[in-house]
Design a protein around this ligand. Structure first.
Ligand code: FDP
Length: 281
């Protein structure tokens, strides 16, 4: 596991350099979700695959930017799903972006997740790695240094509601509004990594990306985004559900499957469960 952690750190340093210096123009290609890829998306994907291919314990990788999985070492035991540059549409306006990694043992699947990690590329580069605990590291002078363990409070103050409001179910809008009525503050940049990072570091709150009329299965991808963050939130004493079920109990059929998702501290997640259960009764 330590060698994987080091390979992710090496990728992060190279990605930071690519973000700072490389062309961010659109390529002629689309990813499997039908989004036009940036040259930078492709570059970051390549960097991560190169770094992970140096680690013999990595059996297979799956990338949000690739249609199919790639077998790296038949004898390895880890299956790593990664989103090389999440929120890359925010690059041209210079908002924070991130890379996300889900580390599975034996095969891809929520029940096989053994660790997860993300890197935020903001004014500073930070890495959060969850194995037994959720730990924050900061890139300083070319090295990632441990900063602290991340622990959520029982209740937070931030509300990050994703998805197009026009397409929300009325009961979802009521739920979001009820948090604002309780004094919660809106914090939403449109990048999953910085939005969830903010909730983790400010002690709690709610990030939601619900089922909507145009996206009944949600937008965010299970293996690359939803399961890794679910693991991180649980190890930080928070919770992560699809409105009813624990995200890490969900199955997937295709590596690019999506799910509605809610991440937060215990108080907010209980409120989500109660209001969705009442709406569906
Ligand atoms: P993006 O499309 O810019 O890559 O992963 C998809 C994602 O960003 C997440 O980072 C983000 O939380 C979400 O989409 C934002 O979606 P909305 O614009 O629909 O809120």
């Amino acid at each position: 596991m330590d060698s994987i952690f080091k390979a992710i750190q090496a990728s992060a340093i190279r990605i930071k350099d690519a973000i700072d210096t490389k062309d961010i123009g659109y390529s002629q290609k689309e990813n499997s979700s039908g989004e036009t890829q940036l040259e930078l998306d492709i570059k970051c994907d390549m960097i991560i695959e190169e770094e992970l291919s140096k680690i013999y314990s990595v059996h297979t990788v799956a990338s949000e930017e690739k249609e199919h999985e790639v077998v790296l070492h038949e004898g390895g035991k880890y299956f790593i799903a990664y989103d090389p540059l999440d929120g890359s549409s925010l690059i041209d306006v210079n908002l924070s972006v991130g890379s996300i990694f889900g580390i599975y043992e034996g095969a891809f699947g929520a029940k096989n997740m053994v660790a997860s990690c993300y890197v935020v590329f903001g004014p500073r580069v930070e890495m959060v790695f969850a194995h037994n605990k959720t730990k924050l590291h900061l890139l300083q002078n070319g090295d990632f240094e441990f900063v602290k363990e991340i622990r959520l409070n029982e209740k937070g103050k931030l509300n990050a509601p994703g998805g197009t409001q026009q397409n929300w179910e009325p009961y979802h809008k009521e739920l979001v509004d009820s948090f604002f009525a309780e004094g919660y503050r809106l914090r939403y940049s449109g990048g999953m990594v910085p939005d969830l990072h903010q909730i983790l570091l400010k002690g709690g709150g709610l990030f939601s990306y619900p089922a909507t009329s145009d996206k009944p299965e949600g937008k965010l991808r299970k293996l690359f985004e939803v399961f890794p963050f679910a693991f991180i939130f649980e190890k930080a004493y928070g919770e992560a559900i699809d409105s009813k079920n624990r995200l890490l109990d969900l199955e997937h059929k295709n590596i690019h499957d999506t799910s509605p998702c809610f991440f937060g501290s215990k108080y907010e997640i209980n409120r989500v469960k109660e209001s969705y259960a009442a709406a569906k009764r």
